[in-house]
Ligand binder design. Structure first.
Ligand SMILES: Cc1ncc(COP(=O)(O)O)c(C=O)c1O
Length: 398
């Protein structure tokens, strides 16, 4: 049978993401490829306690019934409180939509705004799944240059004038893949420039709570005077990715449109997941567990940074993040991390080649390394293996 797919499928292959999950399934491979939280950070005992309590309530059947698309009302109220930790003090329930993870939030915004051919500005490099999502709505991603402070504001304004984008997608705190955090001033200016030209901003924020060094920076949404910023936060990296919960905060009019789109996507986020997130927040478990998680991730980052200094060739330049889950680095231009990847797999170690994060497919000498998932010993051993491999490749250039 020859299937007659929609034309939007032509630009989609999904390979990079599929490959990552496959690799995580092979126990012999040390994977620095995914963005999974550490297994010991998943709060199994707390979730069991919550579920035991929920399932013994007299109204438990309510959880098994259909729910409201915008989310469980108690959770929406709780989320108005929660987003105060991102300096958003004026959210009420009409500003809040419960989403099935940050990925769904981004998808709903694109579904709400993007017609075929519309431009979405993105960081260059950016979260790879967003590039796929933009393609799936037949939009066009254009990269904005970075500056030491965040986005290059001149390039942002130039590209807004040139491409007339509907949206700007960015991860201002501990960006994926770079780990970069925009300064408060840069965020303020981005909010102002985009408001001036009527561009809606997706502020994607899955990582800001995972800060192990330095001072928090206020969210861009907290500086949004025109109502053009949509804040998307997720509980995947700080509670559980499998529980699939997150929150979008935006002007009520936008939330209503996203809610209509969500009806067509999944009707609502599963009630049990919502209840787990609600109780986890209400009981103060998130705060307690985060304290331990940031210590763990700070330690793991250090183990990886030390191993990089010890084993990687001196030609490898990389970041020293203050939080988040990734180290981002690059080799001299002739080193092609895409072509070398199968050799790394043959040595039972995985990374993500940098090119998948660039809107224009460049960046073949870059790589992203995740330090949260592998054990301490695996981090040391995996970086040792990568170091040996890339030292050989660099020697081959001489
Ligand atoms: C920047 C960014 N946004 C969104 C997501 C999606 O996460 P989730 O849908 O699990 O919240 C991820 C996951 O790695 C991410 O790195």
């Amino acid at each position: 049978m020859k299937y007659n797919y929609a034309s939007r499928m032509a630009g989609l292959n999904g390979t990079a993401t599929r490959e990552i999950f496959k690799l995580l399934g092979d126990p012999e491979i040390i994977s620095f490829a995914g963005g999974n939280p550490a297994i010991q950070c998943l709060p199994t005992a707390r979730v069991k306690e919550i579920c035991d309590e929920i399932t013994s309530r007299p109204d438990f059947a309510r959880v098994l019934q259909y729910g409201l698309t915008a989310g469980f009302p108690e959770l929406r109220k709780q989320l108005c409180e929660y987003v105060k930790t991102a300096d958003i003090y004026d959210a009420s329930v009409e500003n809040v939509l419960v989403i099935s993870g940050g990925q769904q939030g981004i998808d709903l915004v694109l579904k709400t705004f993007i017609n075929p051919g519309d431009v979405v500005l993105v960081e260059n490099p950016t979260y790879l799944a967003v590039l796929q999502l933009i393609s799936s709505y037949e939009g066009v991603a254009k990269g904005v240059d970075e500056s030491g402070e965040g986005l290059d504001l001149n390039d942002l304004e130039k590209k807004i004038i040139k491409y007339k984008p509907k949206l700007l997608y960015c991860v201002p705190t501990f960006s994926n893949p770079t780990g970069r955090t925009y300064s408060a001033e840069n965020r303020k200016k981005i909010a102002e420039i985009t408001a001036k030209y009527g561009v809606v901003v997706i502020e994607d924020d899955p990582y800001s709570k995972l800060r192990f060094k330095g001072e928090p920076v206020p969210s861009m949404k907290s500086m949004d005077k025109a109502g053009n910023v949509i804040f998307i936060s997720s509980f995947s990296k700080i509670l559980s990715p499998g529980n699939r919960t997150g929150v979008a905060v935006a002007a009520p009019e936008i939330i209503r449109k996203m809610e209509i789109c969500k009806q067509g996507t999944d009707l609502h986020t599963p009630n049990l997941s919502q209840m787990i997130t609600y109780e986890y927040l209400k009981r103060g478990y998130l705060e307690e567990d985060l304290k331990k998680a940031v210590v763990l991730y700070g330690r793991k980052k250090k183990i990886m940074s030390d191993a990089i200094s010890k084993y990687m060739p001196s030609e490898f330049n990389c970041t020293d993040p203050d939080g988040g889950l990734f180290i981002w680095g690059y080799f001299p231009e002739k080193i092609d991390t895409v072509n070398i990847f199968p050799e790394a797999i043959a040595r039972k170690v995985a990374y993500i080649n940098g090119s998948v994060f660039f809107a224009d497919g460049s960046g073949r000498n870059y790589m992203r390394l995740n330090y949260s998932y592998a054990s301490d010993e695996q981090i040391e051993e995996g970086i040792h293996r990568l170091g040996d491999l890339f030292k050989e490749k660099i020697a081959g250039l001489r």
